[in-house]
Design a protein around this ligand. Sequence first.
Ligand code: GLC
Length: 529
Amino acid sequence: MTWWRGAVGYEVYIRSFADSDGDGVGDLRGLHDRLDHLAWLGVDIVWITPFYPSPMHDHGYDVADYKGVDPVFGAMADLDAVVEKAHGLGLRVVVDLVPNHSSSEHRWFRESRSSRDNPYRDYYLWRDPAPDGGPPNNWVSHFGGLAWTLDETTGQYWCHLFLPEQPDLNWANEAVRAQFDDILRFWLDRGVDGFRIDVAHQLVKHPDLPDNPVADEPDDVEMGTTASIWETLEHRYDSDQPGTVEIYRRWRKVADPYDALLLGEVYLLEAEHFERYVRDDDGLNLAFWFTPLHVGWDVDLLRRALVDGAGFRRGGVAWVSGSHDRPRAVSRFGGGEVGRRRALVLSTLLFGMPGTPFLYQGEELGLPDGVITSEEAQDPIAVRTGELEHSRDVCRTPMPWTPGPGLGFTTAARAWLPFGNRVESDTVAVQRADESSTIHRYRRLVGLRRETADLHTEPVEWLTDEGPLIAYRRGGTIVAANCGAQAVALELPEGTWTIVFDTTAATESADAGRTLELAGHQAVVLRRG
Ligand code: GLC
């Protein structure tokens, strides 16, 4: 049994978690000082989004030095202090590794673009213009526009599946692979417990870089994490290429001696594509399965996403209902009280699954999206394309710790993003003082996940396959959720079943009887006996 089995993770979006020095940007010292909150909540793993030196065109996902700390987030000593304190509290620390692209300010890219015969030229994907002088192929960027920018000096285009300031690394080059072995070792030697691997399904590109086919009709799941132009092509040659998993097999040789976790951001929403990344136990240890986060509140699609996710190599999936890239669950599910109830229902369903559930900061508070005007937009997707509906700013507003100016997040009058119109009852302090609050529900759910051995070992047996109820059994534990608005009943299997968790708290520790009654948007966990 590896340490991430049965564990609960928590994503810290470092810019917005806690600001210790009053510059309006969250930092490592701020995280250090708030680690007690995570220990109180009961989570086991803290994933920290990128804190490396960066010009911040994509808020840190454009790394200019893979072995440093950006001064806005602190110094290496602060990272060491986070790791040390976290370990003292029984928390593991996972750092974000961004191997698909570096920053255009990285020394490798500066060298690479300086001349065609520079030794670093082949670290990136350079190609001659098409015969008409245009880009080498029809690829587009996740963040809008083309995936190619012409370098006037050397007369070739560089490839960037994100911003031009995020040139894609050439993973066909052994020198790049060797650099990353070394980067992994660097952080493992500093005591980190693993890596969340950014864009883990896109590192390898088809060697000929052919045009991508134009997409047919969009799928029944909503994409929406990328600019709309991304959806106009089928990503046959710039994503999910053979040979990608080989990279993780290689990394396992580096990571395994440290007992470290490799957790991939595999943004493939179709089960048959995703499955390849978790099929064998010699590549990624875990991969985020994002489909539940893309189907809206549609019970049939949700059920399919859960059934698929539970069916992958047992325990190979990390479950999320939110991230720093998606609108918050409460808002996706309609906002207000209904949105909050639905979000907790989904979390309950995910926390019973095989694999490792993660919370995104603020989910434990039942936060809806923060309010941001178009003038305040920071996310490159919104700024570059003007497509505000795809902006990721709404889920990135500062964490509300205490009521009042700065929300306990910062002493500055303004933060890097607006505070998002939080109210007193959104804050950690107010919710911790109120046993009936959302944070106490989540804390109970986290605790239940940890203490229920069935949820770490037993296979999943589905108890319903249609209608508003989603229910499954794992040995002596049942998770049942009413995704509809009307009350429904579920016939329970033989035996005596006790309600050990209830999203509404109303029926906890009651004997469920033979027929379990669930109100609209209510979920429970039952234990036999
Ligand atoms: C991942 C990150 C996202 C980032 C992108 C480019 O999808 O989660 O925030 O913008 O990669 O690095």
